[in-house]
Design a protein around this ligand. Structure first.
Ligand code: NAD
Length: 467
């Protein structure tokens, strides 16, 4: 079906879906949950096919987060959907006010390839909970997951409530030309700008979940063994192809050698102690495609040519699209590896002497999606939090802020705008409608024209009381 016809069909159904009750939406989410559980093996197989992602990692990072999101949404939806009463200023005595959460209407969810299941299903859960009709556009780079998504959605939703449209950027642009009420995009900053421009033409709202370079700061007081384990997990899960992976390390120069030693130990412990053991380890994913492999290899080679050193790893195999977990030292802010989001298993290490060098470097760059700080010193942590901004931050760990749905997940500036997860997701797909009800008592009537001395006196009193 042509995109415009599909849109029309969904739009015609939007008013009916808007009026669904919490019970009806919960029933759909329960159906989605069962359908996901039934297809667990197929989801693992699809991700293995797309980029050799380990089954257990698929469970941890793709399936479980969706099931958690469904459970929390089901548990809270009645409460979220109830009109939220708000206070009344004395000047409006005689009125009552509330916020009603209404669905945005017809929404488009555009997904990336790196967590191709979770990053379309989690927004879908929020969109359905909020009572929208939805078009999903999965990434064309993870074809097996895209096919599975089509089948899954077809089994759970009627085609005029949730539809999946497969295709490349041309198809995405066709969809972007349609007057959706909300565009929810996860992907690169570059394409985020295209989506923002398209949405502006319709005056539609957007949630832009973008990328960027997320720094990890390790000061001289950090526990290096813990720090290394947590950095290695956050960086090399999904072979570094994670939007909130620590992109580069800024370590106090007195601790660089010890940190690199601990990073080596942590990498060996998680992925194998020899280059061969690492390469044959099926827990470690492959690079998504040749273009990204070549890009990463180019960034690494250019950085090494400029004088940096491979401290750990460095083995590559173009045929297998394999890059070993790699740590590079001697990197400077103008190295190739510092010129763009790495999005692969290469971790550059830069050193600093004063904390102010770190905050200056971070604030001079685009606002990151995540910023991590490892420290045993509360003043240092407060200094980093105070001097920088980021979509989200973990102190003494990485990536876990994503997993707490009581926290809004999203970027800031070049790393995105808007957020989701839990109630924030429900809100992202809702319009907050302000409703004020007036009873018989009416203070404002005292200000009606004619604007004579009576009004002037009342106004004077009101200004004294309320301003
Ligand atoms: P991408 O921007 O290349 O693609 C994302 C989607 O946009 C795909 O569905 C693709 O079909 C579509 N697209 C690509 N080019 C387009 C164009 N010219 N016009 C219209 N649509 C187009 O991103 P990607 O490579 O799939 O994902 C990697 C990026 O996503 C990284 O920057 C990463 O940090 C970011 N990301 C962010 C989050 C987050 O939650 N903030 C999560 C995952 C990935």
């Amino acid at each position: 079906m042509a995109a415009a016809d599909l849109f029309k069909k969904l739009k015609a159904n939007a008013p009916a879906i808007k009026r669904t009750t919490a019970e009806q939406r919960i029933a759909k989410l329960e159906k989605l949950r069962s359908a996901i559980i039934q297809r667990e093996a197929a989801i693992r197989a699809a991700l293995a096919k797309d980029f050799s992602k380990a089954g257990t990692e698929v469970e941890i990072t793709e399936i479980v987060p969706c099931l958690v999101e469904i459970k929390e949404t089901i548990g809270e939806l009645h409460h979220w959907m109830k009109p939220h009463r708000v206070g009344t200023p004395l000047s409006l005595f005689g009125t009552k006010s509330e916020i009603r959460y209404e669905p945005k209407g017809v929404v488009l969810i555009i997904g990336p390839w790196n967590y191709p299941f979770q990053l379309v299903i989690a927004p879908l859960i929020a969109a359905v909970a909020a009572g929208n009709v939805v078009v999903i556009k999965p990434s064309e780079l993870t074809d097996a997951v895209a096919k599975l998504t089509v089948e899954l959605i077809g089994a759970v939703f009627s085609p005029d409530e949730v539809a999946v449209v497969e295709g490349d950027h041309i198809v995405t642009q066709e969809l972007l030309a349609l007057p959706f009420d909300h565009f929810f995009f996860t992907g690169s900053t570059k394409v985020g700008k295209i989506v923002a421009e398209a949405a502006a033409k319709h005056l539609a709202s957007t949630t832009l979940e973008l990328g960027g370079k997320s720094p990890a700061i390790v000061d001289e007081t950090a526990d290096l063994e813990l720090t290394a384990n947590r950095l290695v997990w956050g960086k090399f899960v999904n072979a570094g192809q994670t939007c909130i992976a620590p992109d580069y390390i800024l370590v106090h120069e007195s601790k660089q050698d010890a940190l690199v030693r601990e990073l080596g130990r942590a990498i060996d412990g998680m992925y194998g102690s020899t280059p061969d053991a690492k390469k044959s380890n099926t827990d470690f994913a492959r690079i998504i495609n040749k273009r990204n492999y070549d890009r990463l290899k180019g960034l690494l080679d250019d950085t090494l040519k400029a004088g940096a050193k491979v401290a750990i790893g460095g083995e590559t195999d173009a045929g297998a699209r394999y890059i070993a977990p790699t740590v590079v030292t001697g990197v400077t802010p103008d190295s190739a590896l510092m010129s763009e989001e790495i999005f692969g298993p290469i971790l550059p290490v830069l050193t600093y002497r004063q904390l102010s060098e770190v905050t200056d470097l971070v604030t001079a760059r685009d606002k990151p999606l995540a910023l991590y700080v490892f420290s045993g010193n509360d003043d240092h942590i407060a200094e980093v939090l105070g001097a920088t901004t980021a979509g989200g931050t973990c102190v003494n760990t990485t990536t876990l802020h994503f997993a707490n749905s009581n926290l809004p997940f999203g970027g800031v500036g070049a790393s995105g705008s808007g957020n989701y997860h839990g109630f924030f997701g429900f809100k992202a797909f809702s319009h907050e409608r302000a409703v004020l009800r007036q009873g018989r008592i009416d203070m404002v009537k005292q200000l009606y024209p004619p604007y004579g001395p009576k009004v002037a006196k009342t106004l004077k009193l009101m200004r004294k009381l309320f301003t």
